[in-house]
Write a protein that binds this ligand. Structure first.
Ligand SMILES: Cc1cc2nc3c(=O)[nH]c(=O)nc-3n(C[C@H](O)[C@H](O)[C@H](O)COP(=O)(O)OP(=O)(O)OC[C@H]3O[C@@H](n4cnc5c(N)ncnc54)[C@H](O)[C@@H]3O)c2cc1C
Ligand SMILES: NC(=O)c1ccc[n+]([C@@H]2O[C@H](COP(=O)([O-])OP(=O)(O)OC[C@H]3O[C@@H](n4cnc5c(N)ncnc54)[C@H](O)[C@@H]3O)[C@@H](O)[C@H]2O)c1
Length: 444
């Protein structure tokens, strides 16, 4: 008879591995199942490889900003060498993650998990048994079902390209489209980004998105807005893209960056009474599905938060406690989110759009920081911020930043918001000068 586990975790990405480790540390027996690469999206084909490629883009951008200001000559990106650097990291992730799980004495199984018609959980057809099951199967790229969709490639393909094609087109103006377009352009490609309406990155402050697009346009990226792509055909000259009107473009590589779909439709969830849909597996505020013994965390769960690696880990930590001893409903901390373009666009907390609906409660300060010492020193083209302050308390409750160092600033701002640090408290601190942290007092 097969071993009976306390918990079976499906999916070996950031959510699943954090869950299995947490359970093990609490003395529970756990089996973790992965059908593809151990480590999941983030380290194999998401955040980490992207940020390695972006490091070369940042170095090139820094040198570009200093032309005529003390540096002569802009370095070129050597794509094959950069890809070797990326693979130097990603090639070790699968074995490293598996080794880490084994060293914690967590049982692992490679195969496809599926709930069969009698409700038994199977892995490649073999039954496995556990008291509880945690589903952490993530998401996959959404491929638009247009004519010629078979020519679409995905972010996964882009992050492992042997050579950068001459012409690259992205369809969908979200995180993936903006980030990978920035990398492709810096690596020398002619880049188009097609978006179906006039509001790419629609959850971010529209003025800062406009400023980001102006910066990227100046770098040579072409935005094709209000284009509803209908067809891709292969011609002698490349891939021909058309809509139902007069849009036409020929490109060498077309990446579908029009969102991601939850991996909830191939698990046999209907056989165990678990409800799911376009936004993922339905869970209550204890991350429990309609089946009391089955939970869902990370990208695959339908929760009111963005789908990000730190939140996958946060949900795993919450559920580890919940499965070990019943606790309070999950509540999420303020969570920063950012687009790693050039410059970077980052937001946290109350948005400027939310603040505008309650003018008595919030005031919004717009700052052009381009000439501040921090940005002058870097010779950055533009540095903007919008800060949302709660009128009654004077506390910062939200912020949007657009700059080359927005990713660093937003984490400081997250700390100020989450810990409710007032200007008076801030001024009791001494931080190293001159650094981005020494600018914080001027943001209130
Ligand atoms: C290009 C890109 C860039 C990103 N950049 C960032 C970033 O900068 N910052 C950030 O915070 N987030 C980023 N993300 C999002 C981040 O990668 C995800 O939020 C994170 O990986 C979610 O973790 P997860 O464990 O829920 O899912 P995943 O990491 O997707 O892991 C799920 C695992 O489950 C496995 N699986 C699926 N079905 C089955 C099955 N039936 N049986 C067994 N195993 C199964 C999959 O193979 C996969 O390994 C990015 C994503 C992409 C695509
Ligand atoms: N920096 C980060 O933290 C980061 C980076 C990459 C991905 N991610 C995660 O992965 C998720 C997926 O990213 P994504 O960029 O693929 O999705 P997204 O949902 O952020 O963006 C998809 C975009 O495609 C557009 N779109 C949809 N249909 C279209 C069509 N027919 N034609 C043109 N445009 C169309 C949408 O309006 C949207 O703007 C993100 O929501 C995020 O959770 C995070």
């Amino acid at each position: 008879m097969s071993k009976q586990y306390d918990v079976i975790v499906i999916g070996g990405g950031p959510a699943g591995t954090a869950m299995a480790s947490g359970l093990k540390a609490q003395g529970k027996s756990a089996l973790i199942v992965e059908s593809d690469l151990w480590g999941g999206t983030c380290p194999n084909r998401g955040c980490d490889p992207k940020k390695i490629l972006l490091s070369a883009v940042e170095a090139k951008q820094a040198a570009t900003n200093y032309q005529g200001h003390g540096l002569a000559g802009v370095p070129a990106i050597d794509w094959p060498a950069l890809m070797t650097t990326k693979r130097g990291y990603t090639d070790g992730i699968n074995d490293g993650t598996l080794g880490g799980l084994k060293s914690q004495q967590i049982d692992t199984l490679h195969g496809q998990a599926y709930f069969r018609a009698d409700g038994e959980l199977t892995v490649d057809g073999d039954v496995v048994t556990g008291t509880d099951v945690v589903i952490a199967t993530g998401q996959r790229p959404n491929i638009l079902p247009i004519d010629g969709h078979e020519y679409f490639k995905t972010s996964t393909d882009f992050l492992d390209l042997d050579a950068m094609p001459k012409r690259v087109t992205f369809v969908g103006g979200g995180y993936v489209g903006f980030e990978l377009a920035t990398i492709a352009r810096a690596a020398g490609a002619e880049v188009h980004l097609i978006h179906h309406n006039d509001r790419p990155l629609k959850n971010f402050d529209p003025e800062l998105v406009k400023a980001l697009m102006a910066n990227l346009t100046a770098q040579g990226i072409t935005f094709d807005l209000n284009v509803d792509l209908k067809q891709i055909t292969k011609t002698a000259d490349g891939l021909h893209l058309t809509d139902d009107h007069d849009f036409a473009l020929t490109t060498d590589l077309v990446i579908c960056s029009a969102g991601r779909l939850p991996n909830d439709d191939q698990l046999g969830l209907e056989n165990v009474g678990v409800a799911y849909g376009r936004h993922g597996i339905k869970v209550n505020d204890h991350l429990q599905t309609a089946n009391a013994h089955i939970y869902a965390i990370g990208d695959v769960s339908d929760t009111p938060v963005p789908k990000l690696t730190p939140l996958a880990g946060y949900e795993a930590r919450y559920l580890t406690g919940e499965l070990v001893k019943s606790g309070a409903p999950i509540s999420y901390p303020v969570t920063p989110t950012q687009v790693y373009a050039s410059p970077k666009l980052a937001e946290v907390g109350v948005t400027t759009a939310q603040a505008a609906t309650e003018p008595d409660k919030y005031r919004v300060t717009s700052l052009d920081m381009t000439k501040w010492f921090t940005y002058y020193r870097l010779q950055t083209r533009q540095a903007l911020a919008k800060v949302v302050v709660e009128s009654q308390t004077g506390l910062i409750v939200g912020a949007s930043c657009l700059s080359e160092i927005a990713d660093e600033m937003i984490n400081y701002l997250t700390l100020l918001i989450q810990k409710q640090i007032s200007l008076a408290e801030m001024q009791k601190l001494v931080v190293a000068y001159p650094t981005p942290a020494s600018d914080l007092q001027y943001l209130y």
